[in-house]
Ligand binder design. Structure first.
Ligand SMILES: Nc1ncnc2c1ncn2[C@@H]1O[C@H](COP(=O)(O)OP(=O)(O)O)[C@@H](O)[C@H]1O
Ligand SMILES: N[C@@H](CCOP(=O)(O)O)C(=O)O
Length: 319
């Protein structure tokens, strides 16, 4: 996260009293990330992460924090939100919604090998199954409707050939989403942003997944495609690395078996996942927000990923 809303220890001295955490002892803004303002927070009770939500509203937030609590209760290693004395998980800070969650052990694995990808495939499938009885519903706010609304806003910044690719991929995805294969895909609450920087490892063991603030109701296969498009590629070319794809998808399949619809939809979903992040990066790049610390992500990376998937396809799901 960048820091869009600065916070000092002084600001927290009264505010923190509503939580069973003792005094706030240290606070450090986190530079990585692009969506919310995040801080490592040390209190008399331990280490936490404080998030101030910059775009999500008080009405939207229960879905995310309750989902984390639901998954944590089912043994998925995710940050546990801390309730205040009134039982609330989301509380105003500087007029914006804020939450405190537990800090996970470990560090990101930015050079993943098949062994790490297998861990990610297993946890993703377990997360999907654990979400089946989650009672709240909220759409993926970065889903098809958002793509349709956002493509016209970025087109003026693109050259003609790139604009044509963006428009033709959107048309392809709209048609696919209206068809029978897409309708058959299983769905539920999904993470929708399970990139390398949102997973912690201690050695080769996955110790946690975080950053659920792009989660929403979507197909499980789309979530898998988002994950594969980050964990299993060569970052310079966007090309899939077959050994990592096989490790991740086999591990997933061992927990939640693929259906015939999953097989048929795999390539369109890999393309959808590339389009989703190409578009959000284009939007953030060309229409940046004010921030104290912000490193925008490179949109051309996911343009390359999309071109690769269109040109070269993907290995079969259970190869
Ligand atoms: N619960 C957590 N435990 C440990 N580290 C965390 C936790 N939440 C966030 N972080 C750290 O903060 C960084 C940015 O968090 P992230 O959720 O990706 O931000 P954003 O919501 O802006 O995308 C992560 O890369 C990680 O280092
Ligand atoms: N993963 C997305 C953007 C979201 O950033 P994160 O730091 O919250 O994961 C991208 O790479 O564009």
């Amino acid at each position: 996260m960048a820091v869009f809303t600065p916070v000092t220890l002084d600001d927290l001295s009264q505010w923190i009293k509503q939580f069973p955490l003792g005094k706030a002892l240290a606070l450090k803004g986190i530079a990585s990330g692009i969506e919310n303002s995040n801080f490592f927070l040390t209190t008399e009770r331990g280490e936490y992460v404080l998030t101030i939500f910059e775009n999500l509203s008080f009405e939207q937030l229960p879905f995310y924090v309750q989902l984390m609590r639901h998954l944590a209760e089912r043994g998925i290693p995710v940050p546990a939100p801390v309730a205040n004395d009134a039982g609330e998980l989301v509380v105003a800070l500087h007029g914006k919604p804020a939450a405190i969650v537990s800090k996970l052990d470990g560090s990101s694995q930015m050079d993943p090998q098949p062994v790490h990808c297998a861990e990610v495939g297993t946890i993703l499938a377990k997360m999907h199954l654990a979400g089946r009885d989650f009672p709240l519903q909220q759409p993926n706010l970065r889903g098809l409707d958002w793509w349709v609304e956002t493509v016209p806003k970025v087109l003026p910044f693109l050259d003609a050939e790139t604009a044509a690719l963006l428009q033709s991929e959107l048309a392809f995805q709209r048609e696919f989403a209206a068809g029978p294969t897409y309708a058959e895909l299983e769905r539920g609450p999904v993470h929708a942003d399970l990139f390398r920087n949102n997973v912690m490892f201690v050695g080769e063991r996955l110790s946690g997944c975080f950053d659920f603030y792009f989660a929403g109701w979507d197909t499980w296969l789309f979530d898998l495609a988002v994950t594969v498009n980050d964990w299993c590629i060569d970052l310079d070319t966007g090309r899939l690395d077959e050994a990592r794809v096989v490790a991740l998808t086999r591990a997933y399949h061992a927990v939640r078996q693929f259906t015939a619809a999953d097989q048929a939809a795999w390539l369109p979903m890999l393309r959808a996942a590339a389009l989703r992040f190409w578009l959000s990066r284009l939007y953030d790049y060309h229409r940046p927000r004010e921030a104290e610390m912000l490193t925008p992500h490179d949109p051309t990376h996911f343009e390359r990923v999309l071109r690769e998937r269109i040109a070269r396809g993907a290995p079969n799901l259970t190869a």
